[in-house]
Design a protein around this ligand. Structure first.
Ligand code: SF4
Ligand code: SF4
Length: 409
């Protein structure tokens, strides 16, 4: 999809619009198909969604079909008239990507892009819209996110998501920017500490986890419930799918190789593709026994299925790879070297109180104790924003109710 930036860490190396991009009418038809299969929410990314001149029309059509939407943008093209119009549409969040303080962000993206993003946030706030921030973890922002945290808190941003920068797209050409698996612990310490301050909801993406106590704490705070969703395997083709610019359907938009395209909505309906027993077999039929390395012998493997499939694929070229960026995997390796840590159970689990500085957040191997996952709980299928909008009934009655400043209901 087209993009107005050429970021050093862009996972899709977007440039100009690609041939075959869906027309407005085709995009409407796709939204009808989403309604038909009961889609609960959608994320619009890119490229850059705001380069599409029909974005507003698409958002209105999503609203008409009761599909909450999260627009992921670099914020450069956001204007006041656009925000004014968007603010009249129910159930939208606009998430701007920020990579760190001004110097880091502008170096990764383009000169002036940090200031522009901040102006866009101010506009979104002026019109009472729900806002998010997405930060991709790289060597550039390792140990360098305090200032961004203060900025986001001062702007009263609703939710901050962090995700791994993985060796794909432009980042494959800029491998020096990739973090080491052990660097992830420093990021988790940082985000955990900030989450406990309860000034902003912090949400780890699919590629972060999976049963470590600190991630669990963050999820509890992000969802606003003790009984937070638990990781139960990659959702691609099981609970979610991706649409590419030309109507191709994939399990996950990060996994775009032709061999993982399950069909095209110009040729088959979404329902046909989704209900085809042969679709998404790379994930629907994935067997934990195929996992290699420390994932192979991990006691959580059957449910976890090795965490994020794209992390495994991009780091080692195969879905069968172990997940080197899983904190548990990291500690399994440490344990083999003779280092010990606790597994936390029941009343051993510290409560997430937050804000009082009483919780131990020291960088200690025991601080990463595992939370024994309860797989009867809801899976990480819906982000906290959407839990404002819908009632969940597939998990024994979990209803996550947040105050949603943008809800007009
Ligand atoms: S080591 Fe592998 S299987 Fe075990 S929790 Fe981590 S990603 Fe999942
Ligand atoms: S591969 Fe799976 S876990 Fe990873 S980002 Fe895609 S849907 Fe999420």
């Amino acid at each position: 999809m087209a993009c107005n930036m050429r970021c050093k860490h862009c996972g899709s190396s977007c440039t100009d619009a690609l041939p075959g991009e869906l027309t407005t009418l085709e995009a409407f038809k796709f939204i009808d198909m989403c309604k038909d299969i009961g889609l609960k929410w959608i994320s619009l990314s890119g490229g850059e969604p705001f380069v599409r001149p029909d974005l507003l029309l698409l958002m209105k059509y999503l609203e008409r079909n009761d599909i909450p939407a999260n627009i992921l943008t670099n914020g450069w093209l956001i204007t006041e008239p656009m925000v004014k119009e968007l603010s009249n549409i129910r159930n939208i969040r606009v998430s701007i990507s920020l990579d760190g303080p001004k110097n880091v962000h502008d170096r990764m993206r383009r000169e002036g892009s940090f200031e522009k993003a901040i102006e866009s946030y101010k506009l979104l706030k002026k019109y009472g819209m729900q806002t998010g921030c997405t930060t991709t973890l790289t060597k550039e922002n390792l140990g360098n996110l305090d200032e961004l945290y203060e900025t986001l808190v001062n702007l009263n941003i609703d939710i901050w998501q962090f995700q791994l920068g993985l060796p794909m797209g432009n980042l494959e050409k800029n491998k020096n920017l990739l973090i080491e698996p052990s660097d992830l612990l420093k990021f988790i310490d940082f985000f955990h500490e900030k989450a406990l301050e309860k000034k902003i909801r912090i949400y780890p993406a699919d590629c972060i986890g999976y049963y470590g106590k600190k991630v669990d704490d963050m999820l509890k705070l992000a969802y606003g419930v003790e009984n937070a969703p638990v990781w139960s395997g990659c959702n691609a083709g099981k609970h979610s799918f991706g649409l590419l610019h030309n109507g191709d359907i994939v399990g996950c938009t990060s996994i775009r190789d032709k061999k993982y395209v399950e069909g095209n909505i110009k040729e088959r309906t979404l329902r046909e593709i989704w209900e085809d027993p042969n679709s998404f077999s790379w994930n629907r039929k994935f067997d934990a026994k195929n996992l290699r390395g420390d994932c192979h012998d991990c006691k959580y493997a059957e449910k976890c299925l090795g965490g994020c499939a794209n992390t495994r694929l991009t780091t080692n070229g195969t879905f069968n790879s172990e997940n080197l960026y899983c904190t548990h995997n990291l500690f399994l390796k440490k344990e083999r070297r003779g280092e010990k840590r606790k597994s936390l159970k029941g009343n051993e689990l510290p409560k997430v109180s937050g804000g009082d500085g009483k919780i131990d957040i020291s960088v200690d191997i025991n601080a990463y104790g595992m939370v024994e996952p309860d797989h009867n709980k809801i899976g990480r299928t819906v982000d906290p924003f959407v839990n404002n909008q819908i009632s969940r009934d597939n998990s024994g009655g979990n209803n996550f109710n947040f105050f949603n400043p943008h809800s007009k209901e």
